[in-house]
Design a protein around this ligand. Structure first.
Ligand code: P6P
Length: 344
């Protein structure tokens, strides 16, 4: 389709806003600022080692983030790009990032707004040096009513159902942006020369059934009964109770897995296991599980901890981890049944 008949992200947002007369347009500007951050990260990721951006931050003295993980150079740069492209617009009261222990204040010389931005600037960064897709994930919340003006972690601790928008950018063969404003899910592809996100995947809907599941099989000896049962039945294929063969995928980049599932269905599992009983899971609630949950559920899929809907989880800390299961509705509901049957 010729470019002049394509819908840009800005046009899409303005046409969406016309559905709600009287709104300020503040929200649209925030989304566009986030899109600029993602374009800048896309350019940095694409340069890779040509810009000496592979490897650990701090080269000889690798730096460790709040998660206890070694920071890659692109983790740090992506975090800086997210902050610097969104802190000036006057739309945010504050931000929180996977890479920062504490919430991030808006600099005093910029106005504050009524939204909170929570993000993982670069998820799957262990894939950077091997040139496998990575992504940025973001979630937008409102500043709670009656807020006292102080910056604290508490203002972020809202269940996922309170999100007003969520999305991710995937830096793959193409750079794509998946976005929900609470009225369905739409996908945009970055035009490499014009530099605009163009609507390419309108009104995404996840098939309710699938034959593909994604889990890190090397953790099998640590799995709890419901997950072991589900995977064993999938592996039994036609010869087992499912009566059909399954395929597996594991990219070790959750955004890439989510994109496959939004595009053609599937199920992703990073469950609680017995490897480290003190850890409820690997993925983080506020800036990984919740934004993905909003996207998946808005596209007709389901996202769960295994025992409850992800969007209902009441957060207790900014960087808390959760068990994460999401994808085709019927498969996730089956996994939830298995969890309830075993009382896990
Ligand atoms: P494992 C990336 O580090 C991440 O947080 C997700 O993007 C990904 O799905 C998962 O961890 C991979 O974990 O244990 O297979 O390396």
């Amino acid at each position: 389709m010729p470019f002049n008949q394509r819908t840009t992200l800005a046009q899409f947002l303005i046409e969406e806003r016309r559905r709600y007369p009287g709104v300020s347009g503040d929200f649209n500007m925030l989304i566009l600022d986030i899109a600029v951050a993602c374009k800048a990260i896309s350019a940095a990721v694409a340069m890779g080692q040509l810009a000496n951006l592979h490897g650990h931050h701090g080269d000889d003295q690798a730096s460790i983030n709040i998660q206890g993980e070694t920071q890659q150079k692109l983790d740090v740069l992506s975090n800086e790009l997210f902050i610097s492209n969104t802190n000036w617009g006057g739309h945010l009261f504050a931000m929180a990032s996977e890479e920062n222990d504490k919430p991030i204040a808006i600099p005093k010389d910029y106005p504050q707004g009524k939204y909170l931005l929570v993000f993982d600037p670069l998820d799957g960064s262990s894939n950077i040096d091997i040139n496998v897709s990575v992504g940025s994930i973001f979630s937008i919340l409102r500043l709670p009513e009656g807020h006292n003006g102080e910056l604290s972690e508490d203002i972020f601790l809202q269940p996922g159902i309170k999100q007003v928008a969520a999305g991710y950018a995937l830096y793959g063969p193409a750079t794509t942006l998946m976005l929900t404003l609470g009225n369905g899910v739409n996908g945009f592809t970055l035009h490499p020369t014009i530099g605009e996100f163009i609507l390419s995947h309108p009104n995404i809907s996840i098939p309710e059934d699938t034959h593909e599941f994604a889990i890190n099989g090397s953790n099998r000896r640590f799995w709890q009964a419901p997950v072991e049962r589900y995977v064993a039945e999938c592996l039994a294929g036609k010869t087992g109770p499912r009566g059909k063969d399954f395929n597996t995928r594991w990219i070790a980049s959750m955004v890439a897995e989510a994109n496959r599932i939004l595009t053609r269905g599937g199920v992703f599992l990073y469950p609680q296991d017995n490897k480290d009983p003190s850890k409820p899971g690997k993925l983080r609630l506020m800036y990984e599980a919740n934004p993905i949950a909003m996207l998946i559920e808005q596209a007709g899929g389901r996202c769960s901890t295994g025992t409850m809907p992800m969007l209902d989880v009441e957060p207790t800390s900014l960087h808390q981890r959760v068990p994460l299961i999401f994808g085709s509705k019927n498969e996730v509901e089956r996994l939830e049944r298995y969890h309830h049957e075993t009382g896990k």
